[in-house]
Design a protein around this ligand. Sequence first.
Ligand code: CA
Length: 456
Amino acid sequence: MNKFFHQISRRKFLLISGASASTIFLKGCLGNPPTTLNSTGQSQQSIQQIANINPEQKPETTKVKLGYTPIVESAPFIIAKEKGFFTKYGMTDVELDKQASWGSMRDNTEIGSAGGGVDGGQYQMPMPHLITEGLITKGNQKIPMYLLAQLITHGNGIAIASKHIGKELSVDTAKAQVLFDGLKSSKTPFTAAFTFPHVNQDFWIRYWLAAGGIDPDADVKLVTVPAAQTVANMKTGSMDAFSTGDPWPYRIVKDKIGFLAALTAEIWKNHPEEYFALRADWVDKHPKATKALLKGVMEAQKWLDNFDNRKEAAQILAGRNYFNLPTPDILLEPYQGKYNMGDGRVINDKSKAPYYWKDERGSVSYPYKSHDLWFLTESVRWGFLPKDYLTKSKQLIDKVNREDLWKEAAKEAGIAAADIPTSTSRGVEEFFDGIKFDPEKPEEYLKSLKIKKVSV
Ligand code: CA
C-alpha cells in the first residue's frame, strides 16, 4: 500500500472509530514507539568517513539514547541521524526516543539510559538547571546536567481559539483589554495552556500577556495540559490559548480550530528556544563521544539553515518514524518564514523563520550563558525560583553550561573562527515592547517590568 492510501485508510479507520482528524494527528505524533533505526543503510561514504576519524577524537562509545519531542526544535537530532552526521563522527548507535510528554522527558532523564530512560536530548529551559538543582525531580534528587548547544530559534507561537477571531487579539494584548476584562469577571476566565510549567511555553505566554498589561496570575487562568489534550480542549471551547512549537500552531490554523496571535519571533526576535543537554555523568564518562554528538548536531544545524535543504528536511521530519504528519507541506511554509496566522494576517518574512545555526544576531547553536541567565531571571520574575537566585544563578550556570565543550567540538569540526563566539554573552536583548535585558544587570531588567511576582 502506498503512503497516500495508507494515510487515507488510517484516517478512515479512526473516523469510523469516532476519533477526530486532530486526534489522528495527535495519536500519530505522540503514540508511536521510539525510533530505533540504527546505522544500517549508511552509505559507503559514511563508512569511509568513520575510518577517517582522528584517533585522538575517537568516541569512547558509539551508543547514546536521546529523548526528543516531535516539534521543529528536535530537527538537528533527526537530521544528524538521518543524514549520517552522527555516524561521520563515530556515533553509529544514536537512538532517538520520542517522548510522550515533557514530564516523561524529565522522568526519563532522571532514570538514565541504564534504567530504560535517556542520557539526555532536547529540553525546554531551564529544565537542565532545575534537574541539576533537584527542583523538578522525584524526591528532589539532584541530577547534574550539562547544557551543550542551543537547538533552534523561533518556530513557536501562541495559538488562540477561533471564537476570539476579530477581538483584536494579536501581539499587543493591550488592544484586547476588553476581552480579558469581560472574561475575568465571568465564570470562565481566559484560559491559556502549556504542556509543562515554568519553562519556555509558560514564559512566552506570560511575557506576551504581561507586556500588554494583562497579569498572567490575576487576570487569566494558566494551566498545564498534556499535548494530546490541547487541540481537543480548544475545539470544545474550554481553552482559549496555548503555546507550543511548529507544527502545532500551524495545524491549529490549517484545521480551522484557531489562529495565531503571535509568533515568538515577534515577541523576542532571535530568542533562545530549546537546548541540547546531557546528564553530566554521561558526559564526564564520555567527553569525546559528547563532542562527536555536538559535531553531528552542528553539522545538521548548518545543513538545516541552507534553505535549499528545507524541503528534504520537511520530508524527513514528517516521516512516520518521527512527526508522522499527513504531509510535509505542514512544515514547508513555516520553514520559509511564511505564516498564515488564520485571522487574515499573513507573515512572509524569512527573518522570522526557524533558524538552527545562525540568525541576524550571530550564532544560534552557541549556548550563551547570558541566555541561561535570562531564563533564570524570568523564573525569579514569576516566583518560580526564590529571589536569591538573582545572585546564585551565576554559579549554577557556570556548573551547567558547557560552552567550553561546544568550542572544542567546533574547532575539531573545522568550524570557521568567525562562527565561534568569543564572548559568553550575546549582549543586551530587546523585546517587542521595548523592554531590554542587560545580562550585566538582571535586577534592572526586573525593575523595568511592571508586572512581576518579586519585589526588587
Ligand atoms: Ca518550544
